[in-house]
Design a protein around this ligand. Structure first.
Ligand code: ZN
Length: 137
Protein backbone atom coordinates (compact mmCIF):
# COMPACT_ATOMS: atom_id res chain seq x y z
CA UNK A 1 0.00 0.00 0.00
CA UNK A 2 2.80 2.41 0.84
CA UNK A 3 4.26 1.86 -2.60
CA UNK A 4 0.91 2.58 -4.22
CA UNK A 5 0.44 5.89 -2.40
CA UNK A 6 3.98 6.91 -3.21
CA UNK A 7 3.53 6.00 -6.87
CA UNK A 8 0.29 7.97 -7.13
CA UNK A 9 1.92 11.10 -5.74
CA UNK A 10 4.92 10.72 -7.99
CA UNK A 11 2.70 10.25 -11.03
CA UNK A 12 0.80 13.44 -10.21
CA UNK A 13 4.00 15.39 -9.93
CA UNK A 14 3.46 16.01 -6.22
CA UNK A 15 6.42 13.91 -5.18
CA UNK A 16 9.78 15.58 -4.98
CA UNK A 17 12.78 13.45 -4.23
CA UNK A 18 12.70 9.82 -3.26
CA UNK A 19 10.73 9.67 0.01
CA UNK A 20 12.77 9.09 3.12
CA UNK A 21 12.17 5.82 4.88
CA UNK A 22 13.59 5.06 8.27
CA UNK A 23 12.78 3.77 11.71
CA UNK A 24 11.70 6.50 14.10
CA UNK A 25 12.41 6.62 17.80
CA UNK A 26 9.55 7.41 20.24
CA UNK A 27 11.21 10.80 20.86
CA UNK A 28 11.05 11.66 17.17
CA UNK A 29 7.38 10.79 16.79
CA UNK A 30 5.70 11.60 20.12
CA UNK A 31 2.42 12.70 18.52
CA UNK A 32 1.87 9.24 17.05
CA UNK A 33 1.74 7.41 20.37
CA UNK A 34 -1.65 6.00 21.23
CA UNK A 35 -3.60 2.82 21.90
CA UNK A 36 -3.66 1.51 18.31
CA UNK A 37 -0.03 2.47 17.79
CA UNK A 38 0.98 0.68 20.99
CA UNK A 39 -1.02 -2.42 20.05
CA UNK A 40 0.61 -2.59 16.59
CA UNK A 41 4.05 -2.05 18.08
CA UNK A 42 3.45 -4.80 20.63
CA UNK A 43 2.36 -7.21 17.88
CA UNK A 44 5.37 -6.50 15.67
CA UNK A 45 7.83 -6.16 18.55
CA UNK A 46 9.62 -3.16 17.05
CA UNK A 47 9.28 0.50 16.14
CA UNK A 48 7.43 1.14 12.88
CA UNK A 49 9.12 2.11 9.67
CA UNK A 50 8.03 5.59 8.61
CA UNK A 51 7.88 6.80 5.05
CA UNK A 52 7.64 10.56 4.71
CA UNK A 53 6.05 11.95 1.56
CA UNK A 54 6.47 15.67 0.96
CA UNK A 55 3.31 17.09 -0.61
CA UNK A 56 4.31 20.75 -0.76
CA UNK A 57 1.34 23.05 -1.29
CA UNK A 58 -0.91 20.33 -2.72
CA UNK A 59 -4.43 20.55 -1.32
CA UNK A 60 -6.91 17.77 -1.97
CA UNK A 61 -10.37 17.36 -0.42
CA UNK A 62 -10.34 14.52 2.13
CA UNK A 63 -13.92 13.67 1.11
CA UNK A 64 -14.11 13.69 -2.69
CA UNK A 65 -10.43 13.85 -3.60
CA UNK A 66 -10.84 16.95 -5.79
CA UNK A 67 -7.57 18.80 -6.28
CA UNK A 68 -7.55 22.43 -5.06
CA UNK A 69 -3.85 23.03 -5.69
CA UNK A 70 -4.16 25.04 -8.90
CA UNK A 71 -6.58 27.63 -10.37
CA UNK A 72 -9.50 27.84 -10.77
CA UNK A 73 -10.12 25.52 -7.77
CA UNK A 74 -7.34 27.12 -5.68
CA UNK A 75 -9.23 30.44 -5.81
CA UNK A 76 -12.46 29.09 -4.27
CA UNK A 77 -13.45 29.86 -0.70
CA UNK A 78 -15.45 27.75 1.73
CA UNK A 79 -15.09 24.33 3.26
CA UNK A 80 -14.87 22.99 6.77
CA UNK A 81 -12.74 20.85 9.03
CA UNK A 82 -14.38 17.63 10.23
CA UNK A 83 -12.14 16.09 12.86
CA UNK A 84 -8.77 16.28 11.16
CA UNK A 85 -10.22 16.01 7.65
CA UNK A 86 -10.46 18.99 5.33
CA UNK A 87 -13.76 19.11 3.50
CA UNK A 88 -13.92 21.19 0.31
CA UNK A 89 -16.50 23.92 -0.50
CA UNK A 90 -18.50 21.51 -2.69
CA UNK A 91 -18.70 18.76 -0.06
CA UNK A 92 -19.19 21.06 2.94
CA UNK A 93 -23.02 21.50 2.67
CA UNK A 94 -23.56 17.73 2.38
CA UNK A 95 -21.12 16.94 5.23
CA UNK A 96 -22.74 19.61 7.42
CA UNK A 97 -26.22 18.16 6.80
CA UNK A 98 -24.99 14.65 7.47
CA UNK A 99 -23.22 15.71 10.69
CA UNK A 100 -26.44 17.32 11.90
CA UNK A 101 -28.53 14.26 11.03
CA UNK A 102 -26.09 11.98 12.87
CA UNK A 103 -25.56 14.31 15.87
CA UNK A 104 -21.89 14.58 14.96
CA UNK A 105 -21.75 18.38 14.75
CA UNK A 106 -19.10 18.45 17.49
CA UNK A 107 -16.68 16.92 14.97
CA UNK A 108 -16.87 20.10 12.89
CA UNK A 109 -13.81 21.90 14.20
CA UNK A 110 -13.99 25.00 12.04
CA UNK A 111 -15.05 26.72 8.86
CA UNK A 112 -12.95 28.42 6.21
CA UNK A 113 -13.10 32.14 7.08
CA UNK A 114 -14.86 34.53 4.69
CA UNK A 115 -12.47 36.03 2.18
CA UNK A 116 -9.99 33.15 2.43
CA UNK A 117 -9.53 30.40 -0.13
CA UNK A 118 -9.97 26.76 0.88
CA UNK A 119 -6.41 26.09 -0.28
CA UNK A 120 -4.85 28.83 1.87
CA UNK A 121 -6.97 27.83 4.85
CA UNK A 122 -5.83 24.20 4.62
CA UNK A 123 -2.19 25.29 4.25
CA UNK A 124 -2.60 27.47 7.35
CA UNK A 125 -4.15 24.55 9.28
CA UNK A 126 -1.20 22.34 8.36
CA UNK A 127 1.15 24.91 9.84
CA UNK A 128 3.97 24.08 7.47
CA UNK A 129 3.75 20.33 8.05
CA UNK A 130 3.22 19.46 4.40
CA UNK A 131 3.86 15.77 4.77
CA UNK A 132 2.03 12.48 4.65
CA UNK A 133 3.53 9.81 6.86
CA UNK A 134 3.01 6.13 6.16
CA UNK A 135 3.72 3.87 9.13
CA UNK A 136 4.60 0.25 8.46
CA UNK A 137 4.81 -2.13 11.41
ZN1 ZN B 1 -14.83 17.57 -1.68
Amino acid sequence: MAEKINKDFTDQGHGQDEPTRKRMTPEEEPEMRGAIFDMMKKQSGKEPEVQVIEIGDSVVCDWCGKDYTDPPESLKGGGLLFGSKACCPECAPRVKRSAKACSEESYIKGYCPDGMTFKNWVLELRGGKNQIKVYTF
